[in-house]
Design a binder for this molecule. Structure first.
Ligand SMILES: Cc1ncc(C[n+]2csc(CCOP(=O)(O)OP(=O)(O)O)c2C)c(N)n1
Ligand SMILES: [Mg+2]
Length: 794
């Protein structure tokens, strides 16, 4: 009998049959390695030896998928799904197999009995597919293995996709995470005129792994008020009786979609005055719905006990085996699948067609929609360099000019955004605001500047949300850049991990097309935290990044403005990488003119002949190497002292822009061969290396090189405070005077002949200490230092 609601009885039956089929397939994946259609009584031999997977969330996800599919078919809406509780992999796999999108991508898993057998067997099986909604899963941009990012991913997918509705299932446990808490604000950054919509579906199944979920235990009124406070208009769908729930859910989805359309039409028709109040659905169903009610006398359905595998001893315990068979047969598989194993046509009546199927959304394989960015010629933004170090510029400000024009050139296409936690102007990328605003859908007051409903600079003081938005934006086929204070990018270490893993896995899947790289611009870096001090001094994100597979990560340390332009152009063109660019925003000497910068960045690491005194044909006695803008300055200043005071010493200056050049060629695609490395750094001469970050990383990257024992690295050793720029390098023994001392200590013979110079260096450091403590600024000879000019090599 049809319960009251919008659906005719026949549609409820079709929906329910589809849902039962998806539930059957979910259970089958967790348990069965043979006898998929239960053609014979279930035996222990049909059961997988290792029972792995998550049942508890799956029936709810199947329910949502069935209802979204029905609504897509009814209204022709273009939709995508993001599944927060991604451990519900069986559900996504079941649905994509049922709707046919799975077999299109994986023809070896057809929609028949053989395909069903493979679908079951491969799940969480060695050589098979992961238990989560992984890159392998069609229709997904979100693995959900690490909980908390679904809603920010969904928003990122909706930006600049005016025709798209991104349905986002949020687990009630997931909703306790920090990143999720802040990402509810995402609805306040969706422009109904220009962007698509996000439909959050908060899945209150009541439990996590072993505990109740907080939001599920809030009094109804408090939960409702919380969600309204976030800016949503919630619809509550509560219950467990399927026929009733189908009607309630269908009504909630239809009303939500109608409301989304109305909001967008108002905004797009120009009649919109007030901010949108977006719909959302609160779906309250039992965890492990339709699964075993009790196991071994303990309640399971509707409790945390159904989170993973409710019947754990099926192979060894005949009672569990019997219970599993009853459970599977409760879905009446004979009504759902033909004898050939294909789903019966009746239950597929509400499944959308072609790319409208959730598993076939082109947005979830963003590379197929990706268009190249229109890029200006980066050489047009070059700063003039009449002589090395003769002038200074603020590198990120120079880059800002180029980014402004990237923004302008791609405005019509609407596929480029810049993300950051409140720092775009502070990071000196303010030129962007000449051509676009910062997105703001709330009230705008006269005192505010550069806020706009349709801005393309996305600022929210949540690095998590910025990262999640950008990932969602990139994975749906667009381009972007995340600018952040260097120290605080660590907040998203773990999100970076997940994205890098996603990229690594995706690269091995031929059907996933390459997406634009995730570009980090880390500025306001460790050495120039003049305002903020120790808490803001942490260059360790690079160390974290290089843990990931070489094929997906790149790290660049451009030493000046022109090299930054060249590096940025390269990164914006690249695909399927995470690019980390560390560059300063403070005035910095311009060392290379544009032609030299391009050559140098193309090499990735090279000799700066104009600074060196070793000359062609003569082996250097010492190599002074540098990576990063401040280390480069100190190395050049040290070189100038050495060349003046020890004119016979053959010094080679090597600068490294592309950090991965240091790794062996066998480990990183950018790595140097040993021959290249030895030619640059020498196999046996002392190398004093001044590095932007923690010095140990350079050892880690080079430990196999012939001359590694002669490599001495200076870098940030976790000394810092609010002090002058030069005092920072002195505190960390990376200053020019210390580098000269290092050279004297390491070059054979110099400790005897250059003792006076060494002592002078020690004394200068002492003088620096006293001067800064007395006057509050750096020594004039340091503050006013300039490269003396290139002398011809001897
Ligand atoms: C950030 C993070 N912390 C911990 C876990 C381990 N974990 C996996 S599932 C889960 C419970 C999830 O509960 P909920 O979001 O309610 O999902 P559902 O009930 O739908 O399974 C936890 C804690 C995780 N995956 N991610
Ligand atoms: Mg839950």
């Amino acid at each position: 009998m049809a319960e009251s609601g919008p659906l005719p009885a026949a549609e409820v039956q079709t929906l329910d049959a589809y849902w039962r089929a998806a539930n059957y397939l979910s259970v089958g994946q967790i348990y069965l390695m043979a006898n998929p259609l239960l053609a014979e009584p279930l035996r222990a031999g049909h059961i997988k030896p290792r029972l792995l997977g998550h049942w508890g969330t799956s029936p709810g996800l199947n329910f949502v998928w069935a209802h979204l599919s029905r609504a897509i078919t009814a209204h022709g809406t273009e939709m995508m799904i993001v599944i927060g509780p991604g451990h519900g992999g069986p559900a996504a796999l079941a649905n994509t197999w049922l709707e046919g999108s799975y077999s299109e991508v994986y023809p070896s898993v057809p929609r028949n009995a053989a395909g069903m057998a493979t679908l079951f067997r491969q799940f969480s099986f060695p050589g098979g597919v992961p238990s989560h909604v992984a890159p392998e899963t069609p229709g997904s941009i979100h693995e959900g293995g690490e909980l908390g990012y679904s809603l920010s991913h969904a928003c990122g997918a909706a930006f600049d996709n005016p025709g798209l509705v991104v349905a986002c299932v949020v687990g009630d446990g997931e909703a306790e995470t920090g990143p999720m808490a802040t990402s509810w604000h995402g609805c306040r950054f969706l422009d109904p005129a220009r962007d698509g919509a996000v439909l959050p579906i908060l899945h209150l199944n009541g439990y996590k792994i072993a505990n109740p979920a907080l939001l599920a235990r809030l009094p109804d009124g408090e939960l409702d008020a919380l969600l309204r406070g976030y800016g949503y208009r919630p619809r509550h769908v509560t219950g467990h009786e399927p026929s009733v729930m189908h009607q309630k859910m269908a009504a909630a989805v239809d009303e939500s979609l109608a409301e989304i359309r109305a909001i967008q039409e108002r905004a797009r028709g120009g009649t919109d005055g007030e901010r949108a109040r977006w719909p959302m659905i609160v779906l309250r169903t039992p965890k492990g719905w339709t699964g075993p009610v009790e196991v071994d006398g303990k309640p399971v359905e509707g409790t945390w006990r159904s989170h993973q595998v409710p019947l754990a001893e099926v192979r060894a315990n005949p009672a569990h085996l019997r219970q599993l068979e009853e459970w599977l047969r409760s879905y009446r598989p004979e009504e759902l699948f033909g004898t050939d194993g294909a789903p019966r046509a009746e239950l597929l009546g509400l499944v959308p067609k072609g790319p409208l199927r959730l598993g076939a959304s082109p947005h979830a394989n963003g590379g197929v929609l990706l268009r190249d960015l229109m890029l200006p010629d980066f050489r047009d933004y070059a700063v003039p360099v009449p002589a090395p170090g003769a002038r200074t510029s603020e590198p990120t400000r120079v880059l800002g000019g180029m980014l402004r024009d990237v923004m302008r050139l791609n405005a019509e296409c609407g596929n480029f955004r810049v993300f950051g936690p409140d720092e775009t102007e502070s990071n000196r990328l303010g030129a962007l605001l000449e051509v676009t605003g910062k997105t703001w859908e709330e009230e705008i007051l006269p005192v505010d500047e550069h806020l706009a409903r349709d801005g393309r600079v996305m600022e929210i003081l949540s690095e998590h949300t910025c990262q999640g938005w950008l990932e969602g934006y990139l994975l749906t086929g667009r381009h972007g850049l995340f600018s952040c204070y260097e120290a605080f990018i660590h907040i998203v270490d773990s999100m970076f991990n997940q994205h890098a893993k996603w990229l690594k896995t995706s690269r091995a899947l031929p059907w996933r097309r390459p997406v634009a790289s995730l570009n980090y611009l880390l500025t306001s870096h460790v050495w120039r935290q003049d305002h903020n001090g120790f808490s803001h001094q942490d260059p360790g994100f690079i160390d974290h990044v290089v843990n990931k597979k070489a094929e997906v990560i790149r790290v660049y340390l451009p030493p000046d403005a022109n090299t930054l332009l060249s590096v940025a152009d390269h990164c914006l063109r690249s695909r399927d990488y995470v690019n980390v660019i560390v560059a300063g925003k403070q005035p910095c000497q311009d060392w290379l003119d544009m032609d030299a910068a391009i050559l140098h960045c193309t090499r990735g690491a090279g000799i700066w002949e104009w600074a060196s005194s070793d000359g062609d044909g003569a082996e250097p006695e010492v190599v002074l190497a540098c990576a990063g803008d401040v280390p480069t300055l100190e190395v050049l200043a040290a070189t100038a002292i050495l060349r003046e005071r020890l004119p016979d010493l053959r010094v080679r200056v090597v600068n490294v822009v592309d950090l991965m050049r240091l790794q062996p060629a066998t480990e990183h695609p950018h790595g140097m061969t040993d021959a290249e490395f030895d030619a640059l750094f020498t196999p046996g001469k002392p190398v004093i290396f001044a590095y932007h970050g923690y010095p140990w990383l350079i050892h880690r990257l080079t430990y196999r090189r012939t001359g590694h024992d002669n490599l001495h690295v200076r870098g940030y050793i976790e000394e810092g405070t609010t002090t002058t720029p030069f005092d920072m390098v002195v505190m960390n023994n990376m200053d020019r005077f210390h580098l000269v001392m290092d050279v004297i200590d390491r070059v054979p013979g110099l400790s005897r002949t250059a003792a006076w110079l060494r002592q002078e260096m020690v004394d200068t450091r002492t003088r620096h200490w006293a001067w800064t403590r007395e006057r509050g600024e750096d020594l004039p000879e340091v503050a006013g230092w300039a490269w003396p000019g290139a002398a011809p090599p001897r």
